[in-house]
Design a protein around this ligand. Sequence first.
Ligand code: YH5
Length: 277
Amino acid sequence: MHLHSKNKMLDLSAPKVMGILNVTPDSFSDGGLFSNVERALKQAETMVQQGAAIIDIGGESSRPGASDVSLQDELDRVIPVIEKINQNLDCWISIDTSKAKVMEEAVNAGADIINDIRALRDEGALAVAAKADVAVCLMHMQGLPRTMQCAPEYNNLLEEVEQFLLQQVKTCLNAGIKKEAIILDLGFGFGKQLKHNFQLLAATKQFVALGYPLLTGVSRKSMFGKLLNRDIKNRLSGSLAGALIAAQRGSQIIRVHDVAETVDVLKVLQHINSFKE
Ligand code: YH5
């Protein structure tokens, strides 16, 4: 299976790692010897050297309860970084945003994937994505970031997530987005309780069977914090286990903070899969 974006193709026959690059002001804390753009480039360069195929750039914290970022602030944070990475590194670039204007400028600056936790539901986002002709990642979320973690409930979790994603796929296809440019995402931590997150992870095969590349983003999330009683700094083992489980069940793109460790784990999986059972 390949992911298409404009005239490029990404081979997904082996799982690919998407490295997370946060460019919010609090994500840089080395004392200020380098500009934020230089620091972001260095971090992206390290992740690409460690084996990340995609760098996901986000300038708007979408953690539960996070405050909104103005359009201009988000543009100022992400656009120079996208330009710099596009000029200097050989990787796919993903923009983590819900704002149509940020999507548009990010694509002009070199982004290959629009990664939208709101699945292109904001004003103008669908039209921008269709015109841009880049890949899109459609994520499931119940509610909105500010309130989504207030006791979310489902009648039928797997059915509701699948129905939502297929509805957004239909909307994208009708808008002219190519089938080969669509990625799906179950949206771990976005309007889900601990049990919901693990039920979804367990059901990865069902979603892979829909025929679209599946992106799994569980890195450092509270599902491991809660299950293992670990603060955010001590969730690497849980995150690696989650990455391995998702990849073994067929998820093709794994979104992570810890690229080197995840690449090692996926190499072990690829190697074992080269032998008969
Ligand atoms: C995702 O799943 N997530 S931003 C809370 C954490 C740790 C990490 C409490 N953007 C996703 O990474 N895009 C984010 O600990 C995403 N899929 C896609 N496609 C939240 C995040 C995080 C939140």
